[in-house]
Write a protein that binds this ligand. Structure first.
Ligand code: HEM
Length: 364
C-alpha cells in the first residue's frame, strides 16, 4: 500500500494540480548566478529590513492615533501599557535606520562594481526611486510621535523644501497641508507613511526584483573592452556568459537567510541596549535650542549652514537627477573599478564629502 504523504505535501499537490505552482517556483528559484557575484547580500538585507518595517509598522498602527491630541499619548501607551510595545516600537525605529544604511551600502556596491551598466539601466533607476522612497519613509515617520523633536525637525525639513526655486511654495503647502504644521499635516504624513509609501515602494520593489531576475546578477569580473594592449579598445560586446555558475536556490538563498539571521540578532541586541526614546510633547510655541534632523539628512542640514542657501538646495536635487541618469551619462562600458578612474574618483569624492559634512553637522 502506498504511504500517505504528510499533510503540507498533500496541500501543495492539491494547489499544484490546479495552479501549476511547480513551474512558477522553478522559474523563480531554479536560476543560476555567477559564482563570483559579490553582492555582499546588501540588496537582500535591505529587503529584510523592509519586511521588518511592514510587520512592526502594522502592529504599531493598531494602537497609534494620528491626531495632535492623541498621538503622543498613544506612543506612551504603546511603550508602557502594550505588552512588548516598547520592543516593537524600538525595532521599528532601529530597523528604519538600518534599511536606509543598507540601501546606501547596496547602491555603493552596485556603483563600484559597475553593475548599473547595460543591460541594468532601468534596474538602477528603479533603485534610485527606492532610495528616494526609503528616505521619504524616514521623513514622514519622524513626525508621528508628535514630540518636540518630531515637530521641529519637520518644521525645519519642510522649510527647506519650501525654499526650492519655482515649486517650493507648492511643495511646502503639499507637505504641511496648509501653511503651518497642524492636525492636517499629521494625518497627511500618517497617510503617506502607512499607505501611499508602502504601496509605492512595494510596487517599485516588485519591478526592481523582477528586472534583477530577468537580467541575472552582474559578473563583477566581466570587462567588455579588453583592448589589444596598445591602447586600442575593442568594440563593446554583449555581456559574456560568466564562467562559473552557482544555483540561486538553495546556495545563495541560504547565505542570504544567514545574513538576515545575523541582522535580526544585531537588531535585538541594539533595541535592548538603546530602546527608542521620546521627548516632551510637541509645543509649537517653544522652539528648542538645537533642532537636528536624522543622521541621513545631516550632511544636507550642515551644507545649508555653510554654503549659499540656493546652492545647498540645488546641489542635492541635481545630484539626485545625476544619480538617476548615471547609466546614460557614464558611457564607459567597462565594469572593473581599475578601468573606470573618473567614475570611481568622483564616487569616492562624493562619499568623502557626504561623510565629512555628516560628521560636521553631528558635532556642530
Ligand atoms: C528598498 C531598496 C532596495 C531593495 C530592497 C533592493 C533589492 C535588491 C536585491 C535583493 C538585489 C539582488 C541582490 C543584490 O544585489 O544584493 C538587487 C540588485 C540590484 N539593485 Fe537593488 N534594492 C534596493 C535599492 C537599490 C538602489 C538604491 C539601487 C541603486 C541606485 C539599486 C540597484 C540595483 C541594481 C543595479 C541591481 C543589480 C545588481 C547586479 O546585477 O549585480 N537597488 N536589489
Amino acid at each position: 500500500m502506498e504511504a500517505r504523504q504528510p499533510i503540507p505535501m498533500r496541500i501543495w499537490q492539491w494547489l499544484d494540480e490546479r495552479y501549476q505552482l511547480t513551474s512558477l517556483m522553478n522559474a523563480l528559484l531554479h536560476v543560476v548566478i555567477p559564482s563570483n557575484a559579490r553582492t555582499f547580500y546588501f540588496g537582500g538585507i535591505t529587503l529584510f529590513f523592509f519586511g521588518v518595517q511592514a510587520i512592526t509598522g502594522t502592529l504599531l498602527a493598531i494602537y497609534y492615533q494620528p491626531t495632535p491630541d492623541t498621538a503622543y499619548d498613544s506612543i506612551l501607551f504603546i511603550m508602557n501599557q502594550v505588552r512588548f510595545g516598547w520592543l516593537i516600537r524600538s525595532i521599528h525605529a532601529w530597523s528604519a535606520n538600518f534599511m536606509i544604511l543598507f540601501c546606501v551600502f547596496h547602491l555603493l556596491r552596485v556603483f563600484f562594481q559597475g553593475a548599473y551598466k547595460k543591460p541594468r539601466e532601468v534596474t538602477w533607476m528603479m533603485g534610485v526611486a527606492l532610495l528616494g522612497l526609503t528616505l521619504a519613509f524616514g521623513f514622514t515617520g519622524y513626525l508621528l510621535p508628535w514630540d518636540q523633536r518630531a515637530y521641529w525637525a519637520t518644521t525645519v525639513g519642510s522649510e527647506i523644501a519650501g525654499a526650492v526655486p519655482a515649486v517650493g511654495k507648492d511643495l511646502l503647502m503639499f507637505l504641511r497641508a496648509g501653511t503651518d504644521i497642524t492636525a492636517r499635516t499629521l494625518s497627511r504624513f500618517f497617510g503617506m507613511h502607512v499607505l501611499m509609501l508602502p504601496l509605492t515602494l512595494a510596487a517599485a520593489l516588485v519591478i526592481h526584483i523582477t528586472l534583477v531576475h530577468q537580467t541575472g546578477l552582474a559578473d563583477p569580473d566581466r570587462d567588455v573592452t579588453a583592448g589589444d594592449g596598445e591602447g586600442n579598445k575593442a568594440a563593446p560586446e554583449p555581456e559574456a556568459k560568466p564562467k562559473k555558475l552557482l544555483p540561486f536556490f538553495p546556495n545563495y538563498v541560504l547565505d542570504e537567510v544567514i545574513a538576515w539571521y545575523v541582522m535580526l540578532g544585531l537588531l535585538i541586541i541594539l533595541v535592548s541596549l538603546v530602546p527608542a526614546g521620546l521627548e516632551a510633547p510637541a509645543d509649537p510655541l517653544r522652539t528648542p535650542e538645537h533642532t537636528k534632523p536624522e543622521w541621513y539628512f545631516l550632511f544636507l542640514y550642515q551644507a545649508l549652514k555653510v554654503v549659499p542657501r540656493i546652492v545647498g538646495i540645488m546641489l542635492p536635487i541635481l545630484g539626485g537627477v545625476f544619480l538617476l541618469l548615471l547609466p546614460f551619462i557614464d558611457r564607459n562600458p567597462n565594469a572593473s573599478p581599475r578601468r573606470r578612474p573618473i567614475a570611481v574618483t568622483l564616487g569616492v569624492l562624493v562619499m568623502i564629502g557626504i561623510i565629512v559634512f555628516t560628521i560636521w553637522g553631528w558635532r556642530a
